[in-house]
Design a protein around this ligand. Structure first.
Ligand SMILES: O=C(O)CCC(=O)N[C@@H](CCC(=O)O)C(=O)O
Ligand SMILES: [Zn+2]
Length: 341
């Protein structure tokens, strides 16, 4: 039903859609293909977690796609046995085939209904964002009754190198407490730099967090590289921790100690206002770089953006985004002492 148990290949061969199908593995795990890139695993007696793993929201971010493709194949071949209901999403097959971040529009700016705003469902990324929301809703709503925990890890790699190779974006929680066990899990994945957002966002992780109450994160696992050029040893902690999570096996976490983390909050978000938006530092400047107060960072027509605050660090600078979109975040260190649940 899935040739060679290779769901990534099957997805990329059918980027426009796949007929739903379902079957059972010899170990009792129920497999349901809901669409291209959308596969759901349900153990006979699922434990309490409902886990969504997403990759390929940006088509050129290949290492997370490889991690998820291997996990799917290993479940299908019964080398990995899920203990929890698990939905794996290869989010943007057309962009993966094109080897590009997006085909027409940034998929990760289209969640929480943004797909249908303005001009509406005018391209495939907008349509995909809508159906991904529907699949995530279905997955969480179809869970067995009882006390359950929802998770979504949206796996990415960043365009630039980074002073801290791996980092996560913790979506805005509307003043709810950050989860200590989630910070511990991220650290087991090799991620000890976390950006705590203070505003709503059109991203997949914010959607899962805000709409479904999931513990949800955008996880940046390294730098963008083409298929075949990822050193998968650098992803071993993330790969192994995610597989242990799905299998219900112990994850090698350590008790939270703030000294082990680099925690940041957003000081300001710089949006591209005109086509003239220009960054005033080189393409190889890394995420989390700091400059002295007063340094010119970017210009946008007559507007100048300079470092305003000691310790302000830049992240996700990208002059190529569409006008109106986030072109860079400036972040500052912060503490979460006494603010964790
Ligand atoms: O490296 C970059 O500039 C972008 C990497 C990336 O795709 N980041 C995500 C972050 C999403 C979030 O803020 O939760 C994105 O920009 O969509
Ligand atoms: Zn990305």
């Amino acid at each position: 039903m899935i040739p060679n148990h290779d769901f990534l290949r099957h997805t990329l061969d059918n980027p426009a859609g796949l007929s739903p199908c379902q079957f059972q593995l010899d170990n009792g795990v129920q497999v349901q293909v809901w669409d291209t890139g959308v596969i759901c695993f349900e153990p006979k007696q699922p434990a309490e977690k409902d886990i969504v793993l997403a990759c390929g929201v940006h088509g050129n971010e290949t290492a997370p796609i490889e991690i998820c493709a291997e996990l799917i194949q290993d479940i299908l071949q019964q080398r990995l046995v899920p203990a929890h209901r698990t939905l794996v999403l290869i989010a943007n097959p057309a962009a993966i085939n094109a080897g590009s971040r997006e085909v027409e529009e940034n998929l990760n700016r289209l969640f929480s209904g943004y797909h249908s705003k303005g001009a509406g469902l005018i391209n495939n990324e907008r349509k995909r964002a809508q159906v991904l929301e529907q699949f995530v809703s279905r997955f969480y709503q179809q869970a067995p009754a009882g006390s359950r925990k929802r998770y979504l890890y949206d796996l990415h790699t960043a365009i630039r190198g980074s002073r801290f190779e791996k980092f996560a974006v913790y979506p805005f929680l509307h003043d709810k407490a950050w989860q200590q066990n989630q910070l511990e899990f991220l650290r087991a994945c090799g991620v000890s730099t976390v950006l705590l957002m203070q505003t709503a966002a059109p991203t997949f992780s914010y959607y899962a967090s805000n709409t479904h109450g999931a513990d949800a994160f955008t996880v940046e696992l390294g730098k963008v590289r083409p298929f075949g050029q990822n050193d998968m040893r650098r992803f071993a902690d993330a790969r192994n921790s995610l597989r242990a999570l799905v299998a219900g096996q112990p994850v090698a976490t350590q008790a939270f100690d703030e000294k082990d983390f680099h925690l940041y909050e957003v000081y300001r978000s710089i949006h591209k206002q005109t086509q003239d938006f220009k960054l005033h530092f080189a393409d190889d400047v890394e995420n989390f770089t700091t400059y002295p107060v007063g340094t010119l960072l970017a210009t946008d027509g007559d507007t100048e953006y300079r470092v305003e605050k000691e310790g302000e660090a830049l992240i996700f600078p990208n002059a190529k985004v569409a006008v109106g979109q986030r072109a860079m975040l400036m972040v500052i260190p912060r503490s979460v002492q006494g603010q964790l649940a």
